[in-house]
Write a protein of this length. Sequence first.
Length: 394
Amino acid sequence: MDETAAPAIQAPETQTPPKGEVIMLPPDMRTRRLQEERRLEIRKLQKVGSSTLSVSLPSAWAAEQGLKRGASVQLVEDGKELRVIPVGEGVGAVPKETAYVIAADECRSPEVLSRVIVGGYVLGRDHLIVRSKARLSADAVEAIRRTSKKLIGMGIIEESPAEIILQCSIETQRYPVDALFKRLYNLSSSAIVDSLEALRTKDVKLAQVAASREEDADMIYWLIMRLILSAQQDESVRTMIGLKSRADVAGYSIIANDLERIADQSRVIALNVGGLVESEAKLPGVLHTALRAHGLELGQLFADAMLALLSRELDKAVEATEIASRLRKEEESLVLQTLGAVHDAQAVLRVRRIIQAMVQIAESCRSIAIIAFSRHQSEPTRFMRPSEGEKPVR
């Protein structure tokens, strides 16, 4: 026999358990099998009264959820699925809130510390403890205070030299996402209008006011992202904030990012308009007129995209994509006009930034319009509806 050859492994003899004997599975396998059996359980509908149909809830599931007689449940429609979510009195005890400790000493700068706090807020963590091994630096304390003021519902509840405790309290049902989207639209569209007016009237303060609106937009954006991420984990949250199905979560995340980008670029426009006014840059009247006309069309594009999203005006989505294409073609003409008419290099740079910001806003509006158009096609529209009696062509 070759001693280097691997020894043959003989399969153990299988023993057939005596009839009637129960085979005990490992705990993890028993849990998985029980979960699979529950998921695949089929129950018959019972007729109650003249028109009502009912179905009983599995007793084991009801016990796990702490449901007792008289408890309330929420029914959530999701396409062909109907979900049952325990709510209100009669439900088991609310799980103990988890506190998250932020190690301030590991944050190399106040900006990093601020980002960590914002990240915890967006992830739905209501109780944050910012802690240092020795003493929190003055810059760290300032960053904590400044950041907490930018997060809706977040506040400092306790403070010591080495520790600051933040608590977030938000009534989710008070913040439907569509209403927050509308608020973001109002902030950004007002900033664009005010910037154009500031350029026309040479009003530096009006340009500064327009730029400051971006801070309010950031607050709304972080709240929207918190709500959307919570909706991914909790279906009751999804219903409270106005999302019809799980498919809405991804689309709404993209729209929120587009609206935040529009707010950022609106600030870019306002800051550069303020710079042009302060430096008393000489812009020819023709360029003033061209920039204003471009800005007005941009405002119409933004309004059409939001009407398509919030009011189901699908024709507005089509118009928005057409305006976006037209504005894209006009960009080169505006740039050439600027280079030919403005001889101050700093002024040329500022005008170029304004044009670039307008282009990016137009692209974000186009993205919102496309998502809105696709989203509303999930229900019958004049553009598409289920066929009646027609068989698919093979």
